[in-house]
Every structure is written in structure tokens, then in C-alpha cells.
Design a protein around this ligand. Structure first.
Ligand code: UDP
Length: 236
């Protein structure tokens, strides 16, 4: 039996680049799709939010002179591009998907509502929630905490390229050690960068645990579902 019945999986847009420095790496996309299929076949209900940083970020756009709101809207469109890519990769291996968008853009996706999402999840569709929250000045981290809370997910799984939360950035500090679990308050107190603070606070206030793990290792999503302790659990 899978450890969780309904999950919200957050994937970073950056991870989709694989070894490239822009855009979508076909191999990484296919690996993500296979991992998601494996867990879907275990009967887990899966909602996904995917970032857009591999294509466009509002803040870096603003630094180049774009209007911030338009830049953020460009970023939200980038998440839609990634969502369509993931949806297509899943369909190609026989997984039913529904792309729900936070901004109306039929026929690219259906306009999001909590009830539409839950019905689709219960019918076995993998739901991809795109365009973040639909609002500028937010991120897909906030989008995933919002959707995770709305669909009453058991956990938000944050798939990253590191295997959990460390006392310091393990890519910079070799002495950094990993937490197997940590509270939201400790994240604030230690100033750890796990998700943006708005997203972390939403999870804290609504009791949505976060599990941070390395999604770039094939098989890890199933390992989390099997209850293997490969990452870091964040809770109240
Ligand atoms: N974005 C937004 N509102 C949202 C979600 C995303 O404006 O609710 C925009 C924002 O510009 C962000 C970009 O979409 O930079 C890509 O999202 P992601 O969360 O990947 O951004 P990152 O955290 O990598 O900057």
C-alpha cells in the first residue's frame, strides 16, 4: 500500500532542463513521466505543479526592463508550456491527464476549480495545475501549496535535485548535514531556503506536510510512496 493516498507533486522548471541550460530536456521529461506513471499505477491520486524557471522568470525579466506584472505573466505562460510537455509525455505512455489552468485559456487546458480537480483525481487522471496561482508576485511554490491545500492532499512532495534539507547549502558547504525531519518554525529560525516563505507559511497554517526529496534519481518517487526515508519531512 502506498504511504499517501493523494499527493501534490511540485517539480521545478529548472530540473526539466536536465543537462541543458534552457528549455526542456526530452530524457528528463520522459524519466519524470515514467516515475509518475509508476506511482499512478499504485493507485495514488496525483496533482502536479511544475515551475517555469527553465523558460522565463518574472524577476529576471524585470531586471532586463520588462514590466514586472507582464514578466510574471510570461513566467506563468512558461509553466503552461512545461505542463503541456509533461501532459504529452504522460499521455504517450498511457497515463490520462488533465491540464487545469489558473487563467482561462481553453482549449489549452480547462479552467481550474477544486471540484473539477477532485473529480478528475478520483477518476484516475493525473491533474497538472498550471499558470501557478494566476497572480503576479507569486511563485509556483505558492501555487503548489495553494493547490495542495485545496485538493486536500496528504502531503506536498517537493521534487528537487538535492536529497533533502541541509543545515547549509550542500553544494557549497561540504560540512552541511541533512535533516530527516524539521518543523516549519525551525526553517524560519535557521533561515533555510526550502520554499519561499509565503508558500511555507501557507503549509504551516493549513497543516500540509512537505517532503523534500531528489526527484532526479529515477525510482525515488516510488521509494517515497513505499515509505523509504530518502528525504526530509517538514511538519508543525
Ligand atoms: N509566476 C507568477 N505567479 C504564480 C506562479 C508563477 O507570477 O502564481 C511567475 C513568476 O514570474 C515566476 C515564473 O512564473 O518567476 C516561473 O515560476 P517558478 O515558480 O518556476 O519561478 P521561480 O521560483 O523559478 O522564479
Amino acid at each position: 500500500m502506498a504511504k499517501y493516498k493523494r499527493i501534490l507533486l511540485k517539480l521545478s522548471g529548472e530540473s526539466l532542463m536536465g543537462s541543458q541550460n534552457y528549455g526542456i530536456d526530452a530524457q528528463r521529461l520522459a524519466e519524470y513521466a515514467e516515475q509518475i506513471k509508476e506511482v499512478s499505477q499504485m493507485g495514488v491520486q496525483i496533482g502536479i505543479v511544475i515551475g517555469g524557471g527553465n523558460i522565463f522568470r518574472g524577476l529576471s525579466g524585470a531586471a532586463k526592463g520588462f514590466d514586472r506584472v507582464k514578466g510574471d505573466q510570461m513566467g506563468m505562460c512558461a509553466t503552461v508550456i512545461n505542463s503541456l510537455a509533461l501532459s504529452s509525455a504522460l499521455n504517450a505512455i498511457g497515463v490520462k491527464t488533465k491540464v487545469l489552468t489558473a487563467i482561462r485559456m481553453e482549449p489549452i487546458g480547462e479552467f481550474y476549480s477544486k471540484w473539477k480537480a477532485i473529480e478528475a483525481l478520483e477518476d484516475g487522471y493525473v491533474c497538472i495545475f498550471s499558470a501557478g496561482t494566476g497572480n503576479p508576485y507569486f511563485t509556483t511554490d505558492t501555487g503548489s501549496s495553494l493547490r495542495g491545500i485545496e485538493i486536500e492532499a496528504d502531503v506536498m512532495l517537493k521534487g528537487t535535485r538535492v536529497d533533502g534539507i541541509y543545515t547549509a547549502d550542500p553544494e557549497k558547504d561540504p560540512a552541511a548535514t541533512k535533516f530527516s525531519e524539521i518543523t516549519y518554525d525551525e526553517i524560519y529560525n535557521r533561515g533555510l531556503k526550502v520554499m519561499d516563505l509565503t508558500a511555507t507559511t501557507m503549509c504551516k497554517e493549513n497543516n500540509l506536510p512537505i517532503y523534500v526529496f531528489n526527484m532526479d534519481i529515477v525510482g525515488n518517487l516510488r521509494r517515497v510512496m513505499d515509505g523509504e526515508e530518502i528525504g526530509t519531512l517538514v511538519h508543525n
